[in-house]
Design a protein around this ligand. Sequence first.
Ligand SMILES: [Mg+2]
Length: 363
Amino acid sequence: MPLDAADGSPPRVIVHADMDAFYASVEQLDDPALRGRPLLIGGPVERGVVATASYEARPYGVGSAMPMALALRRIPHAVVLRPRFERYKEVSRQVMAVFATFAPEVESLSLDEAFLDASTTADRFAGPAALGRALKDAVRAATGGLTVSVGVSATKFVAKVASDFHKPDGLTIVPPGEARAFLAPLSVSRLWGAGPKTAARIEALGLRTIGQVAAADDTTLAPLGRLGPHFRDLARALDPRPVVSHREPKSIGWERTLTTDVRGRAAIEPILETAADEVARRLQRKGRLAGGARVKLKSADFRITTRQCALTAPTDAAPPLLAAARRLLDGFELEQPYRLVGLTGYDLVPARAPVQLPLFPRI
Ligand SMILES: [Mg+2]
């Protein structure tokens, strides 16, 4: 290409990448005995649902969100496993790290799915198909064999529909000039944001395909209110929404405004103890270690003072955070009244070592 946007804005290269039967594929990767067998990942047989079915299970009409008991009636010989989310998160980090080498903006939608804005990196490749193949190869190499389905177009909606088009292990390129024709024959239930109820409302207007929605006039769409023009824009492949990365936080903190002002070390330290516990808990939840600690005090007359120091080793534990905070108190004028006490961990690093990526060929 380049993929010129239909609305005249600068060309964008939007990639939607979606791992194939992710939980089941990870289990099959880790245990070769499971390969080629129908596999159901999910809750207990009596009351659980299927989270992911392997592709071997799908010909039996089994899929996500189906009650496990029903799925097993359809495939009595299926292997049932409870999900191992820690492992899936680990593989997800590998996959997202690969995505980040292809685009500066990566918007993850779940553990196994993301949008990439490759507009500024696409010229490394001979074209969008080469980009897509390189992405698929890099994911396979980094994970030891997992496949991802990839859609490439100029908008998020079309890229997302495209990635689903030839699953598993698919690669579908939709040049923007062909996007409307690509969408036209598809059911309105494919419109992004149209759940079963909304899809039924659209069909009740006599509109069964996305192409019919694209051609509908205002009068026809009026019963849908503001959603009408929105879905018509999507149907016309007009979707200016940007890919937005979720930035990692630069710091994780806890602070409290007190009901009565405090004064003196003996009054402030217990609050810092709570703060250290809270900050440690949040660091652990985010999988981050803090390389520095910062104490913040706000005086009764609203002046803010902070003191900070590097920690001897990055940590997500309360005791070293508290010890640093206690030392930092030496740098404050403690005999005046304070109305707010806070503690922040900064210079965050991942709790696990980053994944070492194999090199992949640039085309
Ligand atoms: Mg998936």
